[in-house]
Every structure is written in structure tokens, then in C-alpha cells.
Design a protein around this ligand. Structure first.
Ligand SMILES: Cc1ncc(COP(=O)(O)O)c(C=O)c1O
Length: 379
């Protein structure tokens, strides 16, 4: 066995011992015999004929790839159209499209960070923001989830001249909303910049226009927003939204923008069409909320601010067993277990997808609840 093989085998054993084996060889997605309640396609737009047609038209017009970085020859009309539609939807002055939400987060924090900055990040923020903060050369401090008292103390005692606070408008872990009005007011008072990841907010919160818009913070000088096209917008790609000066700064300094090929035109055009649909059809976003009410009622949990509801399960092993049983019966649910959850609690997660009928959503929520009861695993 080579040294590399030995090292890989040890790493695999360690994963096995910790019960975190991930798989990327199972084909997901909804089909005739499967109901996909684990996906982030909250509004069902990946299969909307208008979104698909927009992607096809973009391929016919601009080809299948962007061919280069956007700062070379890779900026296409589909990117500029998407930036316009995102600004229109969220009421932001300017947008810059990256090739994923992960890269948008990496880009914004590395471009705004630096040795003279300190980043304060909520304990529940996504891995992309954690990685971005680490790469930013700023010092990084985590504050307890949604604890504005702790954040105020940390900001008041900061050691660096510039402070950047990082939150999500709707958190992926619990589906709860950040109090953006209070957080932005605190940031203004403490002269800090607020970066809000709206991955789970766009298409969901504030009639689909996002949490920053709902909090009347779009265009606020000290608030920057990031978004992904890969969830409610049913496409792929990411964006940073804020002032024109911020956009200009990112074009010149964000390494995940400069040294990356532009987003594929099909994805950009699909996301632009999805923005138009979200803006024009508030009833689509409303049906996501109505389906969420059904899930919360059946599970006896609080209604999540986001599209995903979660049900606490007694042990990680039970959560994995139930997920597998549901998969065998054609229902795909998310399974979050330690160590990948920040609060150490195992959960099954279900998207209250707007494309499903109330009957389908109720039936699925009941089947999931019954499976948890059968295992005696309700926490
Ligand atoms: C909060 C949050 N931010 C960023 C991302 C990354 O987005 P993308 O999938 O477009 O890279 C995700 C995706 O899981 C997310 O949940």
C-alpha cells in the first residue's frame, strides 16, 4: 500500500467511526415513483417550461459555456440581463453574477476583508461563509446564533478598525429568520458593514424579493447582500448585490470572480427568467407559505420562516435509518446529523415545495411523521 493509500484508508475509517459517510453516486430528483422533498428547488422552477425555454434560447444565442473569465471575454448578455433582473427583483442598485453562491460568498468576504478588518459571523452561517472568512485575512469571531447582545459586546470590543458582520436572512439549519432590522441598526450604530446571505431568502421571504428588501434595507450603504440562483430560482450561479462602487471593487479584486470562468449562459438566462416569474407571480411564493403551514401543523412544529421544515429526531442513527426507509418508499428527505449541524441535534428536513399540491404535501408530512413514530424516535 502506498503512503497515499494508507492515508486515504485511515481517513475513510475515521469517517466511518464518526458516522459521516457522504455519497455522490445516487441519482436524485423527483420522478414517477419518487417525491423529492430534500431539494432546494423551492418553487419548482427547474421544471417550469418558461425557465427551460429561456435556457435553451440562451444556448442557441450564446453557446453552452462562457469560454473565459468575465474580465477577459466571458461576460455575455445573459449575465448582464441576470444582473438587471436581480436588481429589479430585490431593489438593489447593482449586482455582480458569479458562477455559484459559494464563489459569490468567497468573493465578497475576501475582497472586503484584509488584515485591518474583523469578521463577526453568526454561529449558524453556511460553510461557504466560514471558508470565505478564513480566506479573507481578517480576524474572525463567531457569535452565538441570533444573539444580538453578544454581537453588540463583540463589536464594541473589536480590535480592528473595520468590522464586518455576517448573517443569513433565513438560516439553512433551522429555517429561522434573522432579525435584519435590529441587526442592521446595530451595525449602523457600531459602524460595521453587514453582509447578508440571501441563499434561502430570495424567492421565499418578502414576497420572493428577499429579506433585505422586506426589511427596507435594499440599497442601504452599510448592507451588502449575496444570493444563489440554485435554490428558489431553480438555476445555478451566485450574486453579490449592493452599490455600484462595491460592484466595481469586486470586479477588480474578487479572486473567485476574476480567476473563474463566467457562469454558463443557460444558467444565467434561466435565473433571469425565474426572477421575472417570482416578481410577477406572488401567488407562487404564497403557495410555498401555505404548504409550509400544512407541514408545521402536521408535525406540530413552529412554522419556519423559510421553505424547509425540520423535525427533531432522537439519535443520529435513527435519523439515518428513517431517511433510508423513506427513500425505499419513494420519499426523499434531508437528514442533518452531528457533526455537520452546529447545535448537535439530528433532524429530518422537508421542503414545503410550492409545486406540490396541498394533498401531496400533507400526505408526505404524515408519512414522515409516522415513520418517526414507528422508530420511537420523536425527540
Ligand atoms: C446559505 C447558503 N449560502 C451559500 C450557498 C452556496 O450556494 P451555491 O449552491 O450556489 O454554491 C448555500 C448552498 O447550499 C447556502 O445554503
Amino acid at each position: 500500500m502506498s503512503a497515499m493509500d494508507t492515508w486515504l484508508a485511515l481517513a475513510a475509517q475515521d469517517r466511518e467511526r464518526r458516522g459521516i459517510i457522504r455519497r455522490a453516486d445516487r441519482i436524485g430528483g423527483a420522478g414517477e415513483s419518487t417525491l423529492d422533498l430534500a431539494s432546494n428547488d423551492y418553487l419548482g422552477l427547474t421544471s417550469d417550461p418558461r425557465v427551460r425555454a429561456a435556457a435553451i434560447r440562451a444556448i442557441e444565442r450564446e453557446g453552452t459555456g462562457a469560454r473565459a473569465s468575465r474580465v477577459v471575454t466571458g461576460t455575455l448578455s445573459a449575465h448582464l440581463e441576470l444582473e438587471r433582473e436581480l436588481c429589479e427583483l430585490t431593489n438593489q442598485p447593482a449586482a455582480l453574477v458569479f458562477s455559484s453562491g459559494y464563489l459569490a460568498n468567497l468573493g465578497v468576504l475576501t475582497a472586503l476583508g484584509g488584515a485591518d478588518a474583523q469578521i463577526f459571523s453568526d454561529a449558524h452561517v453556511h460553510a461557504s461563509l466560514i471558508d470565505a472568512a478564513r480566506l479573507s485575512r481578517a480576524s474572525v469571531e463567531r457569535f452565538p446564533h441570533a444573539d444580538l447582545v453578544a454581537l453588540r459586546g463583540a463589536l464594541a470590543n473589536r480590535s480592528a478598525p473595520r468590522a464586518i458582520v455576517v448573517v443569513e436572512s433565513i438560516y439553512s439549519v433551522l429555517g429561522d429568520a434573522c432579525d435584519l432590522v435590529a441587526t442592521a441598526a446595530l451595525c449602523a450604530e457600531q459602524d460595521a458593514l453587514l453582509v447578508v446571505d440571501e441563499a434561502h431568502g430570495v424567492g421565499v421571504a418578502g414576497c420572493g424579493r428577499g429579506g433585505v428588501h422586506a426589511a427596507a434595507l435594499a440599497g442601504a450603504e452599510h448592507v451588502v447582500m449575496t444570493a444563489t440562483m440554485s435554490k428558489a430560482l431553480g438555476a445555478q450561479g451566485g450574486a453579490v448585490l449592493g452599490s455600484h462602487a462595491l460592484r466595481e471593487h469586486l470586479v477588480n479584486t474578487a479572486r473567485s470572480f476574476i480567476f473563474d470562468t463566467g457562469l454558463a449562459p443557460a444558467a444565467a438566462a434561466a435565473a433571469a427568467e425565474a426572477c421575472r416569474i417570482v416578481a410577477a407571480e406572488p401567488q407562487l411564493v404564497a403557495s410555498l407559505g401555505a404548504n409550509g403551514d400544512l407541514v408545521a401543523g402536521i408535525w406540530g412544529v413552529a412554522r419556519a420562516a423559510g421553505a424547509v421544515h425540520s423535525l427533531r429526531v432522537s439519535t443520529p442513527e435513527a435519523a439515518a435509518r428513517i431517511t433510508e426507509r423513506l427513500r425505499e418508499s419513494g420519499i426523499l428527505v434531508g437528514c442533518f446529523r452531528p457533526p455537520s449541524v452546529p447545535d448537535g441535534i439530528s433532524r429530518l428536513r422537508m421542503t414545503a415545495n410550492a409545486a406540490l399540491s396541498p394533498a401531496q404535501v400533507s400526505h408526505a408530512a404524515e408519512v414522515i411523521m409516522a415513520a418517526v413514530h414507528d422508530e420511537g424516535a420523536l425527540a
